[in-house]
Design a protein around this ligand. Structure first.
Ligand code: ALA
Length: 414
């Protein structure tokens, strides 16, 4: 393998990776669910609470000014990571909350009864259920595009679903089950040629590859801090300035206004973006932790993160292809069409049996439907799948232990 960075040095930054659980170090292959955290992120959060804790944008005192500066810096750091302006970065709880806010934002500002939204069959429930709720309240239609045999959005079928009432296409950049990378730039081009807004669920792409919202030319992007070395409880809704700057906030409250007057009736002037969309006291420590995680990733370089994970994935697939008879992998195994997520089944075993078996060896994977049940029905994995997912701190040795353990299981197949 080409050496892109010293993975063992990186591992030293992650305290949990050197701990023993039941006498074993953990082999953490559940990164799609959440990532582990480097000491730099843990320290940044601790430092905030020990040295800077105060509310933001509300106080003239020293600590409030310091906290506000750190919080605003966090917007800038996120903005430079995805190539947008800081006022286009809205801090939220996670991708799920971002998609719900987006759905309600468009419901109150944009959608009219009879409009339609296009999603895909491969979406995480978080990019299905908010649209279902909005369809119930507002009477919009949710159209569903299929995937092809590789697990990628079928772009011809997507085009055929568009009509003059289509207002939004909302698609995952990378499937959290199949790991397949959709051609977002091409889909966004089709959307904009038809005067349609384009939203992208980047929960699985932003942590693993360079993302440039300008190059992709998308209107919205959502992602979660906890899947990219940051803390839980912080995520991002990117909204293109020209699209969001005049929109009313779906969840207003403290911090979202310039002024509110009462003179027999209320008169409200909304704050500028992004503040009008960040109601109440935000997750300040979370934003600072996410900013630190981004600094950590940028220091390594997202291209190298992507290349490293590709090498490990290619190695994992090669071993599976060459050494197994009774394992089915779902989605394309062509390395350039996917990232390091392997959803699979071992013939003769339920997914939960496989995950429990691997756990004996200290190997953490996820089993079940991974919050994407319609996709599992579509690919014929009616009992779910087992999912192993890689991040920058995993090693070739860990993949070997994982594959060797699976081989022992395959030998037991009924
Ligand atoms: N969305 C996360 C996953 O796919 C929790 O596992």
């Amino acid at each position: 393998m080409i050496k892109l960075f010293d993975v063992y040095k990186i591992r030293d930054d992650f305290p949990i990776l050197s701990k023993e659980f039941n006498g074993r170090k953990i082999i953490y292959l559940d990164n799609t669910a959440t990532s582990q955290k480097p000491i730099q992120v843990i320290n940044a959060i601790r430092d905030f609470y020990t040295s800077f804790n105060a509310n933001v944008h509300r106080g003239l005192h020293y600590l409030s000014q310091e906290a506000s500066k750190l919080y605003e810096d966090a917007h800038e750091i996120v903005a430079s990571f995805i190539n947008c302006n800081p006022d286009e970065v809205i801090f939220v709880k996670n991708s799920t909350e971002a998609l719900n806010i987006l759905a309600y934002l468009l419901m109150i500002n944009t959608f009219k009864r009879g409009d339609n939204v296009i999603i895909s069959i491969a979406e995480h429930h978080s990019n299905i259920l908010p649209w279902i709720m909005v369809s119930k309240i507002k009477g919009i239609e949710v159209r569903v595009v299929d995937i092809d045999d590789r697990g990628l959005i079928d772009i011809d079928k997507l085009s055929s679903l568009i009509d003059n009432r289509t207002r939004l296409i909302s698609i995952a950049h990378i499937s959290n089950v199949l790991g397949t990378i959709n051609n977002i730039a091409e889909i966004a081009k089709i959307a904009h040629e038809n005067d349609i807004l384009m939203a992208v669920d980047g929960a699985q792409s932003v942590p693993h590859m360079p993302i440039d919202v300008r190059k992709l030319d998308i209107d919205f992007l959502v992602f979660s801090g906890h899947k990219m070395l940051g803390p839980t409880g912080i995520g991002v809704l990117y909204g293109k300035g020209e699209v969001i700057k005049e929109l009313e906030p779906p969840f207003p409250g403290g911090g979202t206004i310039s002024n509110v007057k009462y003179n027999g009736k209320f008169d409200v002037e909304w704050a500028k973006i992004p503040w009008r969309f960040e109601a109440g006291t935000p997750n300040i420590a979370g934003a600072i932790g996410l900013a630190e995680a981004i600094k950590y990733l940028k220091n390594i370089g997202m291209i190298d993160v992507m290349k490293y994970e590709r090498m490990l994935t290619e190695y994992m697939f090669k071993r599976v292809r060459e050494e197994f008879r009774k394992i089915k992998i779902y989605g394309s195994t062509n390395n350039i069409e996917r990232i390091g997520i392997m959803a699979f089944n071992v013939e003769g075993f339920y997914p939960h049996e496989v995950a429990t078996y691997l756990d004996q060896y200290g190997i953490a994977v996820r089993s079940g439907f991974h919050c994407a049940e319609p996709l599992h029905m579509r690919i014929g994995a009616l009992k779910g799948t087992v999912r192993a997912s890689i991040y920058l701190y995993n090693t070739k040795e860990e993949i070997d232990i994982f594959i060797d353990s699976l081989k022992k299981l395959e030998a037991l197949a009924r």
